[in-house]
Design a protein around this ligand. Structure first.
Ligand code: NI
Length: 249
């Protein structure tokens, strides 16, 4: 994955507000300082990734039919991960995000319609990010600070909208291609082979074959001395708009 282009501080031109799409009830327009940063979930003990071998598992495209099963596995193992969710799926599966949040997982934006943001207008990019962001805030009480652009497709225009919406862009540096190879043994092997300090590992909790790989992945991580953390625990404070692929020192 190419390193992040440093984003210029020159702001984008004025962006038309989203059309009056049906808005989520009770959402607040302004983002105030009262918004808590992500990654400080209740009961989460602080992990110092300067001292420990940390890596982050991330799960995209949900929540889906297997997400609750995954949450049970993670809860039993007392492991926290990061979910990058699609707005309509979160709204359909009411309660899953709140549950994940209560368990200390981090929730980030994977947009409304899972489109290549680089192909959209500035105002459409804004809308794709913003509505999912609001859904996450409504369902968890916490404003997300992370965006995973679908397909990892980004450019300076996407970065500008991400910066406006105060979300950092989180790509990955380990990809087991679990969406293509729906084989639990293959996915398990590739994820474990990709373990390294500072890794951000891409998976998809909408595939039962991937969810089934997680127990062995967790065991291997523990055996190899890794501490599994959320993306914000791994990266610390992230800069809105900036692209991160890992936390290699
Ligand atoms: Ni995706």
């Amino acid at each position: 994955m190419a390193p992040s282009p440093e984003v210029s501080d020159a702001g984008p031109g004025p962006v038309a507000p989203a059309e009056a799409v049906e808005s989520d009830a009770g959402e607040v327009e302004a983002v105030g300082p009262e918004d808590r940063a992500a990654g400080d979930g209740a009961g989460a003990e602080k992990v110092d990734c300067r001292k420990r071998k940390c890596l982050a598992l991330t799960f995209d495209d949900g929540p889906g039919p297997y997400t609750r099963d995954l949450l049970r596995v993670l809860r039993k193992a007392e492991v926290r991960v990061t979910f990058f969710v699609v707005g309509p799926r979160a709204r359909t599966r009411e309660g899953v995000l709140a549950l994940a949040h209560a368990d200390g997982h981090q929730i980030g934006v994977h947009t409304e319609n899972h489109l290549e943001l680089t192909k959209l207008s500035d105002s459409r990019i804004h809308r794709e990010i913003d509505r999912t962001l609001r859904t996450i805030r409504t369902q968890t009480g916490e404003r997300p600070v992370l965006l995973r652009p679908p397909y990892g497709a980004t450019n300076p225009r996407v970065a500008a909208q991400a910066r406006r919406l105060k979300v950092a862009q989180i790509l990955w540096d380990v990809d087991p291609v679990d969406w293509r190879d729906r084989d639990t043994a293959v996915v398990t092997r590739r994820v474990i082979a990709g373990f390294h300090r500072g890794a951000i590992i891409l998976m998809h909790d909408i595939h039962p074959t991937t969810v089934a790989a997680v127990p062995r992945v967790l065991k291997a991580a523990e055996a190899k001395g890794y501490t599994l953390v959320t993306v914000s625990e791994l990266l610390g404070t992230t800069k809105p708009g900036k692209v991160y692929t890992d936390a290699r020192p």
